[in-house]
Design a protein around this ligand. Structure first.
Ligand code: AMP
Ligand code: MG
Length: 492
């Protein structure tokens, strides 16, 4: 069947055998396609126009082998909530292969929930429909927001139940990512003292993600530097949109710099710097404001894994790595500030901008403003009809009112017209984010009524997060008190 050509080239399966376990998906009883991402498929060069829904369901459930697939589960380790677990690995995700897209770029295609693997430990290798829907809505929304992320190519319901706290309908997510190499993948071999493997992995990761650093000496510091930079940028982007990952374990942090493993993640409604949603994050380790520090903590674990490769004595290797790790904070701050300047309508750089941006959040928290809407509403203060627009929420506190005056004076020093400032703010501040209560509604309709229309409608709104459209006001509103989601669950 010519229509099912994935154009696979499976480089990971050519790495040494201790990198993975070759394992095929376990067939499910009655797979049904519940989501198929046509635009992603076409950008990957997959021509599935003539392929039936039934055929797609077979392929993306793993019931039928895709041509050229070389199924494997990757080995990795990881620090979970600060505790090292030497053996994790893909317990319920199975790589089908690496798609080479029409531009030559390589993408992993993985089925999450495809059955047990040698790394499943006590798990069933399956995924429940609710968490699959959450991941597909949020990952696609992140992409539309411009955040590096794994993406959702397809999802199927399996026709089987999985046992969690209660019995839940099962589902499988076909996700696509630049790769699934994690900090924990390096830790897996570091924990075993297998320097040959770490070197092979580091070479592979450098070639795959940072090929321009292949020739740079010493080679592995270049890789570390790139990952530090990519993660500084990624986490800065999260912090600009109010995203809380929820489980920033080292096995959930990629070398590519993409967001991965959407478990109990959430976007904030009302801004609270120490906000935690995840039901399993009892000590707030992965609270919103902790995310940059945690990223650095995780990157330090990557650095430790790479130290033996540097070919330097231990003291020199450590000091070289430390220098790079110390650069995380300034990189992070530069990315964060540059994003905040855009969100606040600023183009020129002034020394006071950092404090202006930080103070915005201080007052936003004081007045209990909505993270997303407060930025949009700021931009409306710049319009010609300013007298008629309602006061900004910050105006309800003395400090906030002062901040608004400072910001207004700062905007006056911009070389552009207010109109242009406003336009650029509207391009940098989303109108629509995947709010928890909206996700919850979509999940409930799907799980309780087998109705996927709410999911599709929400995804369509979120596919253009910056373009305000008439009739979509309900998607902008924070939840009613009775719909506020206080806790999110992994559901694994
Ligand atoms: P996560 O919390 O989803 O990042 O997963 C942490 C570890 O648990 C990874 O090694 C997963 O593969 C594994 N895992 C999570 N859920 C399951 C499951 N249902 N069956 C088997 N392994 C799982
Ligand atoms: Mg994970």
């Amino acid at each position: 069947m010519a229509g099912l050509n994935f154009n696979f080239d499976n480089s990971y399966s050519r790495l040494p055998a201790n990198f993975y376990a070759k394992i095929k998906p376990t067939a499910v009883s009655s797979p049904n396609i519940i989501f198929f991402n046509k635009s992603l498929a076409s950008s990957l060069g997959l021509d599935f126009e003539t392929v039936s829904q039934a055929q797609l369901a077979k392929i993306f459930s793993g019931n039928e082998a895709a041509a050229g697939a070389e199924n494997l589960a990757m080995a990795y380790a990881g620090h979970q909530f600060g505790h090292f677990v030497p053996q994790l690995g893909d317990g319920r995700a199975i790589l089908l292969g690496e798609i080479i897209d029409p531009t030559g770029k390589r993408h992993d295609l993985q089925l999450k929930g495809a059955g047990r693997t040698p790394y499943s430990r006590n798990g069933d290798g399956r995924a429940a429909l609710g968490p699959v829907i959450r991941e597909l809505i949020v990952s696609e929304a992140m992409h539309a927001l411009g955040v590096p992320t794994t993406r959702a190519l397809a999802a199927v319901s399996t026709g089987e139940m999985v046992l969690r706290e209660s019995a839940q309908p099962g589902a499988i997510l076909a996700r696509v990512g630049a790769s699934h190499i994690r900090i924990g993948t390096f830790q897996y071999f570091a924990a075993r003292g297998d320097q040959t493997a770490i070197r092979a992995l580091a070479d592979y990761a450098t070639h795959r993600h940072y090929p321009e650093f292949v020739e740079v000496e010493p080679p592995y510091l270049g890789l570390l530097e790139r990952v530090i930079d990519a993660q500084a940028q990624l986490v800065a982007t999260w912090m600009q949109i109010g995203f809380i990952h929820g489980v920033m374990n080292t096995d959930n942090m990629t070398i590519s710099g993409e967001t991965i493993d959407f478990g109990p993640c959430a976007f904030m409604d009302q801004f609270e710097s120490a906000k935690v949603y995840s039901s399993i994050d009892r000590n707030g380790r992965y609270a919103f404001s902790n995310q940059p520090d945690i990223a650095l903590w995780n990157l330090t674990r990557l650095a430790e894994s790479l130290l033996p490769l540097l070919g330097l004595d231990q003291a020199t290797a450590t000091s070289e790595a430390e220098k790079l790790l110390q650069s995380f904070s300034s990189r992070y701050e530069a990315y964060w500030l540059s994003g905040l300047r855009q969100k606040l309508g600023l183009t020129i750089e002034e020394p006071g901008d950092l404090k202006l941006a930080q103070d915005f959040f201080v007052y936003l928290e004081q007045v209990g403003g909505d993270f997303t809407n407060s930025f949009r509403e700021l931009s409306s203060l710049l319009s010609e009809t300013r007298e008629t627009s309602k006061p900004h929420i910050l105006a309800s506190s003395a400090g906030g009112a002062k901040w608004l005056e400072h910001w207004s004076l700062r905007i006056d020093r911009e070389p552009r017209s207010k109109d242009d400032c406003q336009k650029s703010m509207l391009r940098a501040n989303p109108a629509y984010i995947p709010r928890n209560h909206l996700i919850e509604r979509a999940i409930r309709a799907a799980v309780d009524q087998n109705d996927f229309s709410k999911m599709s409608e929400l995804m369509s709104v979120l596919s253009e997060p910056y373009r305000l459209r008439e009739g979509l006001e309900p998607f902008q509103l924070p939840p009613n008190p009775n719909e506020i989601v206080h806790k999110t669950f992994c559901g694994t």
